[in-house]
Design a binder for this molecule. Structure first.
Ligand SMILES: [Zn+2]
Length: 332
């Protein structure tokens, strides 16, 4: 018998043989939550996740739920016949892949993942022994998505900030408040530049700190005292009155989509930098080679295109469910 994998309504995946969902969006009895980004969360009765994901989820989606916290590398009997083990996914703090093993074999679900080691997430690890069936995210599943080294993108961001401050303008870095902002904050560390965080970003950063992460000194964003500081905040504040109070400003979007001039709303920003928390195309291919699956299901982004590329390489692969090109990860 083989694994049965279904895509569930409203996003997410259902494994009928064990009765568990993976990153379900609509309310489910039991769902694994790979990480705390909102497109992977739902108001479920029971969730399985890592400790940091449980804390971040409590901050973002309060409510009553039974939470089974499983540290990386420890196995838990998800049913009497199957066990689940979590492995770091390298995407944001607490992000996890889940390996489910039973008589059908080994099934691995990645959630969002990144192989390039970051400063604000546990480094991704491929489960020893790989898996028979792999369900993987393919946000950047086209060959044109090849990211430059994170260190050189970070150096470009620091240059942009220094230049703005030299010109007596305030550099504003817009990025997703969970994950990307903390990575940017950590990457600014050695620059010694004074940093302000928007309240929304500061709130999530405080959860990271409560989980034991350390960051460079930062203070809360105040438009009247922002001169000489780098400001990190979510993209939606770009046109807010508080940002408009800053007369001279230089804005930058931080996103993997910066590689695509036509998907980035470049005209709204002075610059865009491709620092991503997802795997790029080469790392997606590398990951499949390391897992050595018999069968691959792709989800998110260019799922159909990447599955076709894998089939051309001799690996059986199919996109799962209906896919939308960009709506799931514009700030990836
Ligand atoms: Zn994510």
């Amino acid at each position: 018998m083989a694994w049965t994998v279904e895509s569930s309504r409203g996003g997410g995946i259902f494994l009928p043989q064990i009765g568990w969902h993976l990153d379900a969006h609509e309310r489910a009895d039991a769902s694994f939550v790979s990480h705390a980004h909102s497109d992977h969360l739902g108001r479920h009765r029971t969730v399985l996740c890592t400790g940091p994901t449980a804390r971040l989820m409590a901050a973002r989606l309060p409510g009553r739920r039974e939470t089974i916290v499983l540290p990386y590398d420890e196995s838990w009997p998800i049913t009497p016949e199957a066990r689940a083990t979590l492995y770091p996914a390298g995407h944001i703090l607490g992000s996890a892949q889940v390996l489910v093993e039973n008589a059908q074999g080994r099934l691995l679900y990645t959630g969002d993942f990144k192989l390039r080691p970051g400063l604000s997430a546990e480094p991704c690890r491929v489960p020893p022994g790989g898996a028979d069936v792999l369900i993987m995210e393919t946000t950047f599943g086209k060959p044109r998505y090849r990211f430059p080294p994170d260190e050189s993108v970070a150096a470009d961001i620091v240059d942009f900030c220094r230049r703005a401050i030299d010109e007596r303008a305030v550099p504003l870095l817009f990025c997703y408040s969970l994950g990307k902002s903390q990575e940017v904050l950590a990457r600014l560390g050695e620059s010694g530049l004074p940093i302000m965080l928007h309240a929304q970003t500061a709130r999530i950063t405080a959860v990271y700190e409560a989980c034991g992460m350390h960051f460079p000194a930062h203070r809360l964003f105040d438009p009247d005292e922002a001169a000489g500081h780098v400001v990190i905040g979510p993209p939606q504040i770009n046109r807010s009155p508080e940002v408009r109070r800053i007369r001279s400003r230089r804005t930058a979007m931080i996103s993997g989509w910066a590689l695509d001039p036509w998907t980035m709303p470049r005209h709204r920003y002075d610059a865009a930098f491709p620092l991503s928390d997802h795997a790029d195309y080469d790392d997606l291919v590398r990951f499949v080679a390391a897992v050595r699956p018999r069968l691959v299901y792709t989800v998110h982004g260019f799922a159909a295109e990447f599955a076709r590329d894998l089939r051309e390489r001799g690996i059986e692969a199919w996109a799962l469910g209906r896919e939308n090109q960009l709506d799931l990860g514009l700030f990836g």
